[in-house]
Design a protein around this ligand. Structure first.
Ligand code: AKG
Ligand code: FE2
Length: 317
């Protein structure tokens, strides 16, 4: 039995697709093939956000089902032109491969020499390899921002459960001081708090501020330790899905950034609040009235940075 898959018929108009489909059907049937009515689907793309709707596509007079996305040659194409699902899918596939590879390295029974060989031939090339889809993302960030002096060479991919965040921290001197964070999945609020060396008096803690310090659990949150007298005030940013946050200069060197370990995030007073309230299609996890987010799905972030110096023999077995 012969089987053909992954065929896409494209046209600007519904009539065009219907004609092409009919031609395909007739040609295939002449050669003894059959087009499956259940497996074929059509997708109407709205890349230009135009509102005209398709009336549907039919095969031999019978309508076929509509789809909002499809997989073609390994890529997921979405009807509104987004690439979010594609990226999430590729990250998941990569994680599975990575976990399998690290299982070998962590295997106590494996001789150290063999581990070294496995590291050099499998792990290290995988770590230094930037897949083309990710390269496209980092190149676009480089080109659009013009903030990195050379190509981004480090992307950290984090996945957060709905109650997970990241403790307040600084990214440190190993990186060029510009960070670009691409967010996918659940929206969250990222808090920026001035570094303690920039706060004048720590003895004037207010009760509110003391409470804030412990709101991250047992990690000391330095937020509001004192209201500093040098223009370094805490602030927060709402990170919506598919948004790109870039910070540099004093936001990099003078502030800690963190995300609360909580399923509920309040976005009242975030620096980009207006942008959120103006959104045409609000995120289902976000309540405009309560100015809060109820995190129900995972969040994936791609933190893109430039490592200034890569040590060749960082790990040696
Ligand atoms: O996941 C994020 O949005 C932040 C990650 C981060 O700050 C880091 O990895 O240094
Ligand atoms: Fe960070």
């Amino acid at each position: 039995m012969l089987f053909a898959d992954d065929i896409v018929l494209v046209d600007e108009h519904r009539e065009g697709v219907n004609c092409k489909l009919e031609l395909w059907r007739q040609t295939l049937e002449m050669k003894g093939f059959k087009l499956s009515r259940t497996k074929n689907e059509y997708m109407h793309c709205r890349f230009s956000n135009s509102s005209n709707q398709s009336d549907g596509i039919s095969l031999d007079g019978v309508g076929i089902g509509a789809s909002r996305k499809f997989r073609y040659l390994g890529s997921i194409v979405q009807h509104e032109g987004d690439i979010e699902e594609d990226i999430q899918h590729r990250i998941k596939a990569w994680w599975v491969k990575w976990k399998n590879a690290t299982r070998v390295i962590c295997d106590g029974k494996m001789p150290i020499k063999l581990k070294g060989k496995f590291y050099r031939t499998v792990i290290r090339p995988a770590m230094l390899y930037v897949p083309p889809w990710l390269m496209k993302v980092t190149q676009k960030i480089n080109e659009e921002t013009g903030l990195f002096p050379s190509p981004i060479n480090h992307v950290l991919i984090n996945e957060y459960l709905p109650n997970q965040g990241i403790m307040p921290h600084q990214d440190g001197p190993a990186y060029f001081p510009v960070v670009a964070i691409l967010s996918l999945g659940s929206p969250v609020v990222m808090d920026f708090t001035p570094h303690s060396r920039l706060r004048a008096c720590t003895s004037t803690l207010t009760e509110d501020a003391k409470e804030e310090r412990f709101s991250y659990g047992n990690i000391e949150n330095e937020k509001d330790k004192s209201s500093d007298n040098n223009n370094h005030h805490p602030f927060s940013v709402l990170l919506m899905p598919r948004s790109l946050l870039i910070f540099e200069d004093s936001a990099y060197s003078d502030y800690l950034h963190g995300i609360k370990d909580s399923v509920m995030h309040c976005f009242d007073g975030v620096v980009n609040e207006v942008e959120v309230l103006n959104q045409k299609e609000p995120d289902p996890e976000l309540s405009r009235d309560l100015k809060s987010i109820q995190r129900t799905t995972n969040r994936i972030s791609l933190t893109c940075r430039l490592v200034l110096k890569v040590h060749k023999n960082l790990f040696k077995f």
